[in-house]
Design a protein around this ligand. Structure first.
Ligand code: THU
Length: 146
C-alpha cells in the first residue's frame, strides 16, 4: 500500500492531527441502527480540516456515511480541493475502508488525493482515490460527447 506514495506524503504531524480529528468526529456518530460509529476528517489543499460522522435515519436508506458528511460540509463552505481524508471506526482488527458510494463521491473531486484508512490504535494504510476506484467515471467524461 501507498505509505510512501508521493501523493500520500503528508507531513507526519498533519497525519496525526487528521487521525485524531477523525477519531474525535466518530464520537458524534448518530448510528442507533447499525451501532457502527464512523468518523472522518478531510484536509483541504489550503490546510483547512472538515470533520464528519455517519448520520443514520429511521428510513434506513437515508443514512449517510462519515466521509460524505465531511465532503458535503467542505463543499458547502466553498472548499473542493482536497489533499487527504482520514477515516476512523471501532473495528479493532481491520482498517476501515470506504464504501463504493463514498469512493465515487471522493472521485468527483479528483483521483489524486489520499485516503487514510485507520484502526483505533492509530495505525493506518493509505491509498489514493485512483487506487481505491480505478477505471472510474467522473465529471471529465461528461465533456467527451460531441
Ligand atoms: N459507514 C461509514 O460512515 N463509513 C464507512 O466507511 C463505512 C460505513 C457507516 C454507514 C452506516 O451508518 C454504518 O457505517 C454501517 O454501515
Amino acid at each position: 500500500m501507498a505509505q510512501n506514495h508521493p501523493v500520500c506524503a503528508l507531513d507526519p504531524k498533519h497525519v496525526q492531527r487528521l487521525l485524531l480529528l477523525s477519531q474525535e468526529a466518530k464520537k458524534s456518530a448518530y448510528c442507533p441502527y447499525s451501532h457502527f460509529p464512523v468518523g472522518a476528517a478531510l484536509l483541504t489543499r489550503d490546510g483547512k480540516i472538515f470533520s464528519g460522522c455517519n448520520v443514520e435515519n429511521a428510513a434506513y436508506p437515508l443514512g449517510i456515511c462519515a466521509e460524505r458528511t465531511a465532503i458535503q460540509k467542505a463543499i458547502s463552505e466553498g472548499y473542493k480541493d482536497f489533499r487527504a481524508i482520514a477515516i476512523a471506526s471501532d473495528l479493532q482488527d481491520d482498517f476501515i475502508s470506504p464504501c463504493g458510494a463514498c469512493r465515487q463521491v471522493m472521485r468527483e473531486f479528483g483521483t489524486n488525493w489520499a485516503v487514510y484508512m485507520t484502526k483505533p490504535d492509530g495505525t493506518y494504510v493509505v491509498m489514493t482515490v485512483q487506487e481505491l476506484l480505478p477505471a472510474s467515471f467522473g465529471p471529465e467524461d461528461l465533456q467527451k460527447t460531441q
